[in-house]
Ligand binder design. Structure first.
Ligand SMILES: Cc1cc2nc3c(=O)[nH]c(=O)nc-3n(C[C@H](O)[C@H](O)[C@H](O)COP(=O)(O)OP(=O)(O)OC[C@H]3O[C@@H](n4cnc5c(N)ncnc54)[C@H](O)[C@@H]3O)c2cc1C
Length: 301
């Protein structure tokens, strides 16, 4: 039986592993998709203390190597449910089987939020994407649409503008909502055209995307693009754990800075919990808090 099972190998989960391993706890880290979580898809991080600039995947890989070198066990498995059988006895069920442990930390982050347009799901992988880092290079030398106006969209605009001929950035609000430096950089990039108070109403095309229909105060317009990137924020995926923790109305774990839940031995960390600021630094802080709370729980009689 493991001391602690951590669900999610993003910044929060891996930082939790780091803290737990340094107090000699046995740790199993379970990840459903990509080591590093969201940041693995970020081209450049410039706000992580002590590191001036680094690619998101490199940052994630460095942390992953650090936790493996401390003795973390890692499995690429998606967690489906967690049950508490007794104090210091949890069963974690994944798509491959079950694991047992004394305490659990959920650091499952958040996933992309879809626009909710009629043919969106059907055209994913055929022109519609949520990850400019993963799919942007398929549109080298082409014009693309980018939907969103906050930090992720701003980062995507810069990345896409370096190899796409033009980025049509569709922003629903009348302002950009992100770091000043990023906003300045995007505004100074000549091949990014920003359309304020503009919504994307339709993804068009037969077998693949050929255009997007947009709408603003000037009326409707069709932009002929083969690629459209949706960057309108994230949403949590916490429904599987409602037997052990409460969720707020938006689906985030209802937990404060101490990362505790209504269930002793069951902790939550990072973007998956209710908080004001969702960043690497706050995810790392949560990872530390959750791991320390879990270690204290293991010490209790
Ligand atoms: C494009 C982009 C750029 C960003 N840039 C910056 C930046 O420059 N600076 C900054 O500070 N922040 C940035 N952020 C925000 C930052 O990435 C997040 O705040 C941070 O990654 C949150 O970490 P986390 O560990 O809580 O969650 P996540 O990174 O979301 O990791 C959660 C992990 O859990 C896994 N998981 C989920 N469900 C399960 C399951 N059932 N079983 C197993 N595994 C599961 C997921 O696959 C994922 O790998 C950016 C985000 C994006 C999307």
């Amino acid at each position: 039986m493991y001391d602690i099972i951590i669900i999610g190998a993003g910044m929060a989960g891996m930082t939790a592993a780091l803290y737990a391993l340094r107090t000699d706890k046995s740790v199993l880290l379970l990840e459903a998709e990509t080591v590093g979580g969201q940041i693995a898809n970020s081209p450049r991080v410039e706000n992580y203390p002590t590191i001036e600039a680094i690619g998101g995947s490199e940052l994630a890989n460095r942390l992953f190597e650090q936790v493996l070198s401390l003795g973390a066990e890692f499995e690429l498995e998606r967690v489906q449910k967690v049950e508490k059988l007794a104090e210091k006895h949890f069963v974690v069920t994944t798509d491959y089987g079950t694991h047992e442990c004394k305490a659990v930390i959920v650091a499952a982050g958040a996933r992309h939020r879809p626009l909710g347009l009629a043919r969106e799901e059907e055209l994913v992988g055929k022109g519609v994407s949520y990850c400019a880092v993963c799919d942007g290079p398929f549109f080298k030398g082409e014009e693309v649409a980018l939907i969103g106006g906050a930090n992720s969209a701003l980062q995507y605009a810069l990345a896409l503008s370096s190899y796409c001929t033009k980025v049509h950035m569709l922003v629903m609000l009348d302002y950009l909502m992100g770091e000043d430096a990023l906003i300045r950089a995007v505004k100074n990039t000549p091949n990014v055209e920003i359309y304020m108070q503009t919504v994307c109403e339709e993804f068009m095309g037969e077998d693949s995307l050929s255009a997007v229909r947009i709408k603003n105060a000037d009326g409707e317009k069709i932009l002929p693009v083969k690629g459209a990137f949706v960057a309108i924020g994230q949403m949590p995926d916490n429904e599987a754990y409602t037997n052990l923790a409460d969720l707020n109305p938006w689906g985030y774990f209802d937990s404060g800075e101490d990362c505790t839940t209504k269930t002793a031995g069951f902790y939550v960390a990072g973007d998956c919990r209710s908080k004001r600021v969702r960043q690497l630094t706050t995810a790392a802080a949560d990872g530390a808090s959750a791991a320390i709370a879990a270690c204290n729980y293991l010490l209790q009689e």
